[in-house]
Design a protein around this ligand. Structure first.
Ligand SMILES: Nc1ncnc2c1ncn2[C@@H]1O[C@H](COP(=O)(O)OP(=O)(O)OP(=O)(O)O)[C@@H](O)[C@H]1O
Length: 808
């Protein structure tokens, strides 16, 4: 059944309408009626373009040839029409169709005409019929049957056929359309084609049905796209298009089967997807379609319920008619029997029809129930799916927003980083360009330098060759000189020995016995007039003796040198210093300090108590010098130094560093400090007595002997020598010192020993055969040194006073 037929059936089953009582047309002249009919037909069939002045015959031919009333155009070539619109309709068939049209018009209660009228009779009757038909339709249109109704075709038709006559007309139409289709040898499709251009079809289709089609075209052309979606997917339809479909009323006009097809396809698509996801827009479309189907089911249910009511009403109506007929039948038996039979037949037919309708209703109810259950299941599935999809969509949307934010943040970061990198790369590029320039300059500079270097290297090469030659010559000359030096080194010891010999010869030339005189300044406690007349540069010392007259009042003494009262310890030592070197060369040296008590002997030899470095006496300075020279010669000589310190008191010898003599202790010393320490010890042990002349007067001879053993590291020879540093006891006269007793005895011993010393020195100076060493302990101790004379380098007697060697 076509859509058109389906919708027609629905309308045929509409309510039982009452006649609206269309009256006959007012009398008009034939030309006016014809003109109005032509206008109406032209409005329905614009393609016919019928002239307004068309004659009755022309109009008759047009109406009868099948175009207007039969829906078949007049064709010159029937075979061409067969291919396009169906079979060619014969004259008899046209007559038949016209008759059906006329019976339909009669059913509607409108003025009719005969087939003969249409062929040759009164055209006025035909015109009246058409005008009545026009007015009838126009009056329905005026009631809102077409233009004022909803877009739905069903509803439109229901309002259009609101009267009983209309229902009759629709019955005729049903008969005209459906029965003719069923009876047609070409079937329903042919009939559809045949009546599609008929006036009924035109009226219906151009007003009601065309309204529906227009509605579909207006709002549903997009929906057609949805139905006609053959190859694509619903998820591929843009959201805007789906939104337009949902908002428009296209779905309202779509066939139910198409809507179900849409649902199935959307669900199939969803199932086909692996994750079962459904785009939100498609889900919205699905929801809309399901809603539309629900609405239709609800409408159908209402409709069926209504039909059921109608059937029941009809049944009751028929029952009452039956009862009336039965009452009438009881009056006249025969007639009643006939009528009863007819009524029974009619009743039987009615019952059969009722049963049939009930059966159909049950079937419909069952189908609707099944359909509803199926739809409910689909709807539930869809709702679940929709909720799930909605939740997923929300989650996806949140995730998407988050990712969008992240992406925006990353994009901003990337942009920022890109800008930084761009700036950095530009900066680097600039730097590299600069470096490149610098490098080029550097390269060119170095190439130039290289050229210069090459030139220089060549010249250097020449110079090197020259230098090599020169160095070779120089080396040869150095070799020669080295040979000379080696020869000289071999002769060094010889030369050194010669030098030493020459040096000591010089000392000897200066005199082996030297006598120096040092004048002591007056002490702060002394108030006396000096007896010194003058001090000569040549060692002369002039003295004045006021107690004597004449020649004896002036006396002149001769020394090697005279040191005045202002002479310092350093100045005194400078004349002694060369003799220290002689000791290291193996010569014995004796240095005496001779003079009367308090004349400054100890001061000259040792210095004052706790002396400063400037006040150091001859002893310290001599030993200090000795160690310095030995240190300077350490590469050639190894010296061992030991000291002895003894005193002679009343002709008795006492070791100041140990107990016994001659085994007087020989103490090794390494430095001046060692010597200082030993001398302090000796001084502490020295016997000191008090006299009238010098309260610190020493009453003993103090002898400090330094033994030096030298080893020549090259030749292995050794030399030995000793340095005697002697602080003699005071040489005052006994009568003048006014001492008695023990002190007198001490003085006598002192004088005796000093006298013995003078005798020995005198004998030595005179080179006497006999030297009286044994006259005193002092000379006995010093014999080894004095007796080796002239090997003994010098014997120096330093007189700190005017009285020194009495024999002078
Ligand atoms: N050149 C000098 N300059 C300053 N003071 C000196 C000098 N010579 C000696 N004296 C001082 O004179 C005093 C006597 O000197 P010193 O003790 O040396 O005499 P002495 O001859 O050794 O006496 P004695 O025979 O009794 O030992 C000391 O106080 C000493 O400091």
């Amino acid at each position: 059944m076509s859509k058109f037929e389906e919708e027609a059936n629905l309308n045929l089953e509409g309510e039982d309408c009452e006649s609206d009582g269309i009256g006959s047309m007012s009398a008009v002249d034939a030309s006016g009626k014809r003109r109005r009919v032509v206008e109406w037909l032209n409005s329905l069939f614009p393609s016919l373009n019928i002239p307004l002045e068309a004659s009755d015959e022309e109009l008759r031919a047009l109406l009868f040839d099948g175009t207007v009333l039969c829906g078949v155009e007049k064709r010159q070539d029937p075979s061409a029409l067969e291919n396009q619109r169906g079979a060619y309709i014969s004259f008899e068939q046209r007559r038949e169709k016209v008759r059906r049209f006329l019976s339909a018009v009669e059913g509607m209660g409108l003025p009719s005409f005969t087939v003969d009228d249409l062929e040759n009779g009164s055209i006025s009757a035909v015109l009246d019929c058409l005008l009545s038909l026009r007015d009838h339709f126009n009056s329905k249109l005026g009631e809102g049957g077409i233009h004022g109704t909803a877009n739905c075709g069903n509803k439109t038709r229901k309002k259009w056929f609101t009267s009983k006559d209309d229902r009759g007309a629709m019955d005729i139409c049903e008969g005209y359309l459906i029965r003719s289709g069923k009876n047609s040898p070409t079937g329903a499709e042919e009939n559809k084609n045949n009546y599609s251009e008929s006036i009924f079809h035109r009226v219906w289709h151009s007003s009601a049905v065309s309204e529906q089609t227009a509605s579909l075209r207006h709002g549903g052309h997009k929906f057609h796209e949805v139905f006609q979606l053959k190859h694509g997917r619903y998820s591929d339809i843009p959201a805007a298009k789906i939104s337009e479909i949902i908002k428009s009323n296209g779905l309202d006009n779509a066939p139910t089967q198409s809507l179900l097809s849409v649902i199935n396809r959307i669900l199939d698509e969803s199932i086909d997807r692996k994750n079962g996801e459904m785009p939100l827009r498609v889900a919205s479309l699905l929801r809309k379609v399901v809603q539309e189907i629900e609405r239709r089911i609800s409408t159908q249910t209402e409709h069926i319920r209504h039909q059921n009511d109608l059937i029941k009403a009809r049944e009751e109506k028929y029952q009452s008619r039956i009862r009336v007929l039965e009452t009438l039948a009881s009056g006249t038996n025969e007639e009643a029997q006939v009528k009863k039979t007819a009524i029974e037949e009619s009743k039987k037919q009615e019952e059969q029809q009722t049963l049939k309708l009930m059966k159909e209703k049950e079937n419909n109810d069952r189908m609707i129930l099944e359909f509803k259950q199926e739809l409910e299941a689909i709807n539930n599935t869809y709702e679940d799916h929709y909720r799930q999809l909605y939740a997923e969509a929300k989650q996806n949307e949140a995730r998407l927003q988050e990712r969008t934010k992240e992406a925006e943040f990353l994009l901003a970061e990337s942009s920022k980083r890109m800008n930084e990198l761009k700036a950095l790369s530009e900066f680097k590029f600039h730097n590299w360009t600069k470096k490149e320039n610098v490098f080029h300059n550097f390269i060119s500079f170095h190439l130039q330098s290289l050229k210069g270097l090459r030139t220089s290297s060549e010249s250097i090469k020449v110079e090197v060759n020259n230098s090599q030659r020169e160095w070779t010559e120089e080396l040869k000359s150095m070799e020669f000189r080295l040979k000379v030096l080696l020869d000289a080194a071999e002769n060094y010891q010889t030369i050194l020995a010669e030098n030493r010999k020459l040096y000591n010869e010089v000392q000897e030339l200066k005199g082996n016995i030297r006598v120096y005189c040092r004048l002591r300044p007056f002490l702060p406690s002394q108030f006396a007039k000096s007896t010194v007349d003058y001090i000569g540069d040549n060692g002369e010392l002039g003295l004045v003796n006021p107690s004597r007259q004449g020649k004896d009042s002036h006396r002149v003494f001769k020394f090697n040198k005279v040191f005045g009262q202002t002479a310092t310890q350093v100045q005194v030592f400078l004349d002694i210093q060369p003799l220290i070197r002689s000791v290291l060369d193996g010569y014995n040296v004796c240095i005496f300090a001779y003079g009367q008590t308090g004349s400054g002997k100890t001061y000259t030899m040792s210095g004052p108590d706790s002396p400063s470095e400037e006040e150091w006496g001859v002893n310290y300075r001599a030993l200090n010098d000795l160690f310095q020279i030995s240190q300077a010669r350490r590469n050639a000589y190894n010296y061992e130094v030991r000291v002895q310190m003894v005193e002679i008191y009343n002709e008795q010898i006492r070791d100041l560093l140990s107990d016994t003599v001659p085994d007087a202790r020989m103490v090794p010393v390494k430095s001046s400090n060692d010597v200082l320490a030993k001398m302090k010890l000796g001084q502490a042990n020295r016997a000191v007595g008090s006299t009238a002349l010098n309260e610190r007067s020493s009453r003993s001879h103090c002898i400090l002997t330094v033994h030096v053993r030298g080893e020549d590291l090259k030749i292995g020879s050794t030399s030995r020598a000793c340095l005697h540093l002697i602080d003699l006891a005071g040489s005052e006269r006994v009568d003048r010192s006014e001492v008695t007793g023990e002190r007198l005895k001490e003085a006598q011993y002192i004088n005796k020993s000093l006298s013995a010393l003078g005798d020995v020195i005198f004998a030595l100076s005179q080179k006497s055969a006999h030297v009286p060493y044994r006259n005193s302990k002092l000379t006995q101790i010093l014999q080894s040194s004095l007796g080796t004379f002239p090997n003994v380098h010098t014997i120096k007697v330093l007189s700190a006073t005017l009285h020194f060697l009495r024999r002078n």
